[in-house]
Write a protein that binds this ligand. Sequence first.
Ligand code: GUN
Length: 294
Amino acid sequence: MTATIIDGKIIAADLRARVAAEVARVGREHDLVPGLAVVLVGNDPASEVYVGSKAKQTRAAGMVSFEHRLPADVAEVDLLALVGRLNADPSVHGILVQLPLPKGLDSQKVIAAIDPAKDVDGLNPVNAGRLASGFDALTPCTPLGCIILTKTVRSSLSGLNALIVGRSNLVGRPLVQLLLNENATVTIAHSRTVDLPGLCRQADLVYAAVGRPEMVRGDWIKPGATVIDVGINRLPTADGKTRLVGDVAYEEALKVAGAVTPVPGGVGQMTVACLLVNTLRAACAIRGLPKPAV
Ligand code: GUN
């Protein structure tokens, strides 16, 4: 038996189309054009690629994209001043500061300076706290994408054992909250966890988000489990190029799991699509409109 491959490309394209339809509607009915500002500090090549694709997809959805590029040696006060101007700009409904920031800049301080109403990354402590307490919140995009992908193969997550490997603020921690909201039983594993393979074998849902290439092996996976691979790791190949692999040994997982996300073409596709969802949501909330239907 071989697992179902969860096609993030198709699912993300469908979500982007629904966002675009709602953007068109709020434009027509309320004269509202959502705007997303992306701030890139320095020139990390991977970040350049992400930021470029965010801008392109924002425009394709009918929203306005504002790009701000600052040198790696920018003074923290100048970065904070830019965030302050974006907070005050009525044409900006979403603000994303691409992470990681270059050395010398305090990312916690920068994230905390973003107006929680415009915090489309859901990383501001106000949004993280609201999510953890069960309040309505702007929610980090990658975990949102993980839940959407899971639900394409599982109609209900209620009572399922979910294992999250990795406890980052960007993925692991918010994913705990989203899975709890779905009534899953959640375990979060990390570098100090004892017997990770044993824990994994009990999980109906596995979320691998550690950034270690192919760490989760096929014989860790419970037969029929849903495996969501959040990892994006670049490995050198024999011919001097690189290839992308996830945190899961994909070929091994295919033989055991019920469903698996590929890398690339899985979770990565969903992150930007969910960013568009959050920008639309933020714009509607700031304008006092009902939640959009996406
Ligand atoms: N770097 C990698 N993923 C993300 C993300 O979702 N948001 C931000 N701000 N930076 C990232």
